[in-house]
Ligand binder design. Sequence first.
Ligand code: ATP
Length: 238
Amino acid sequence: MLELNSVSVDYGAVKAVQSVNLRVNEGEVVALLGPNGAGKTSLISAVMGIVQVSSGNIRFEGRDVTLAPPEEKVRCGIGISPEGRRVFANLTVAENLQLGGSAQPDKAIRAEQLTKYLEMFPILKERYHQKAGTLSGGEQQQLAISRCLMSRPRIVMLDEPSLGLAPVIVERIFELIAELKASGLTILLVEQNANEALSVADRAYLLHSGRLRFEGAAQELLNSHDLMSHYMGLGEAQ
Ligand code: ATP
């Protein structure tokens, strides 16, 4: 479904991503792991067209989308829930969700999407007319994810959805990711919370200093104490 071939991203002299090959098949949850500064956000920003690749190419459903701008990527079916949530704090939950669905011209489909995600994220129904800035971190994360889903992406890239959340909320976010997976959504999950991400993922990539250090089954990485401790600074993986 999504294929990155020898993708590099440079910021001047900084080589953030170096010749990465990555694939996400339809219906899979793929974890993209790595410590701070590994290049994870740069990689998915390149997929979204937010930053330009300096070399390599990106294909989505067989089509070369390397140079497509973000709005075209959204139209193609690629969605992103950015790091740090980035909800519109002064707009209500309802308005945030409307904005997420604004690229969808069919009103009936928009309404159907809204019903679906308010059912899946009941807290957003409760907070529907509240300003997004008054929501807790976990609630804002749910809003950011559902806002992205309102555009009906076929693949969604979640950038560190558990960042800065209390453990009990992190657990809820991973339950939601598992629900989205069960609904058939294809997900590229960027995380530093390796154990949780690998528990929900089918396959995983490990990025360090812009280069891939591992590619394989999520379970294999979870069991590889050497890789996990060397690159993620984790001891025994649970
Ligand atoms: P984090 O988990 O901290 O978000 P990350 O794995 O997502 O890390 P990136 O944010 O992609 O990593 O950063 C990769 C490298 O590129 C880092 O060295 C970072 O300092 C650098 N970098 C990121 N964005 C820019 C930018 N706009 N200009 C210059 N350098 C940047």
